[in-house]
Write a protein that binds this ligand. Structure first.
Ligand code: G3H
Ligand code: 13P
Ligand code: ZN
Length: 330
């Protein structure tokens, strides 16, 4: 058993309480390799933002759990070396079983998500409560989920949203003891969140997706006042990155994300954690494709992963400063 406290990590309790009061959201950036981790830490230290390092079960298989633990410990030391020790959470994203959550807790994670949202309500409550009971013994925080996002989550695919039912949240939080709750209000995973025919065009001819269901969020807030809410599937899918990818041989079609103004509005509400993975993937892919296309003789990975890392750092600095509002809050 490794305690996250010995690694210099923190759980999400205090940073969520501050984010709620301060009307901003903590970034939860997914990572599975060194360049992503370097970019996240360098960006958040430079902007003095707390951060949640998020690992999916797929990422855990890809990177190896022991390496991940040392990488997270390394991230804590790296932040100190850069001159500003920000609060860092190591969080399991979309944990699907009690066993996976338990294993992550034993390997030094400070926070886990048990995603029982695909189960019937009672089974979701039961699974989530079991994880909470175990996690809280070690002061590890737990995120649950109610409602199903459209799109792909690990191996599970949902065609349409099942929006969170506000009448269930109070009972869910009370029965499970979770520390935060992910809800479904119209975001979804991946780079294709909306079909063009679901969108309207603004005066500049840019596609504008349907707004998030802030009415549901407000209902949820009324029923569990002060409780930290989480938004998954919150990438904005920057169109300049999509254009660069397509210009240099990519084939991304109808890639549409959540407009930043919607996320700014969410960050100022009870939403205390905003999950972003796809935007980082797009930034990296655009940078790598550009190097491959413009410098075909290059074969040193540092020459394409370096620019990818620079691009990621810039993206993350923009997110914490201009979208989530967490810059300067560490
Ligand atoms: O919610 C999903 C995250 O973007 C993680 O994706 O399962 O492909 O690592 P992944
Ligand atoms: P995006 O695919 O919108 O980046 O969402 C990531 C996420 O929710 C991870 O859990
Ligand atoms: Zn997610």
């Amino acid at each position: 058993m490794v305690s996250y406290k010995d690694l210099g990590l923190v759980n999400s309790k205090e940073i969520f309480a501050k984010a709620f009061k301060g009307k901003y959201a903590i970034p939860a950036f997914n990572f599975n390799n060194m360049e992503q981790l370097q970019a996240i830490i360098a960006a958040c230290v430079e902007k003095k933002s707390p951060v949640i390092l998020q690992v999916s079960s797929g990422a855990r298989k890809y990177a190896n759990q022991t390496l991940l633990r040392y990488m997270a410990q390394g991230a804590v030391e790296y932040a100190k070396e850069l001159g500003y020790p920000i609060p860092i959470v190591l969080h399991l994203d979309h944990g699907d079983t009690f066993e996976l959550c338990k294993s992550c807790i034993e390997f030094g994670f400070s926070s886990v998500m048990i995603d029982g949202s695909h189960h019937p309500y009672d089974k979701n409550v039961e699974e989530t409560a079991k994880v909470v009971e175990y996690a809280h013994k070690y002061d590890v925080t737990v995120e649950g989920e109610l409602g199903v996002l459209a799109g792909i989550e690990d191996d599970v695919k949902a065609e349409t949203h099942t929006y969170t039912e506000p009448s269930q949240v109070e009972d869910f939080v009370k029965k499970t003891g979770v520390d935060s709750l992910a809800i479904s209000i119209g975001t979804s995973h991946g780079a294709n969140k909306f079909k063009p025919d679901q969108c309207t065009r603004n005066a500049q001819g840019i596609l504008v997706p349907p707004p998030l269901r802030f009415d549901i969020l407000e209902e949820v807030e009324k029923r569990i006042p002060g409780f930290p809410i989480v938004l998954h599937g919150a990438s904005s899918v920057p169109q300049d990155k999509v254009a660069t990818i397509n210009q240099f041989g990519g084939a991304l079609k109808d890639a549409i994300g959540i407009p930043e103004d919607q996320l700014r509005k969410a960050a100022a509400s009870a939403v205390c954690k905003i999950n972003i993975d796809s935007d980082g993937r797009l930034a990296m892919t655009a940078a790598v494709r550009e190097v491959f296309a413009t410098k075909p003789g290059e074969f040193d990975p540092r020459k394409y992963l370096g620019p990818a890392r620079d691009s990621l750092k810039e993206l993350y600095m923009h997110k914490v400063t201009d979208v989530l509002g967490s810059a300067g809050q560490a």
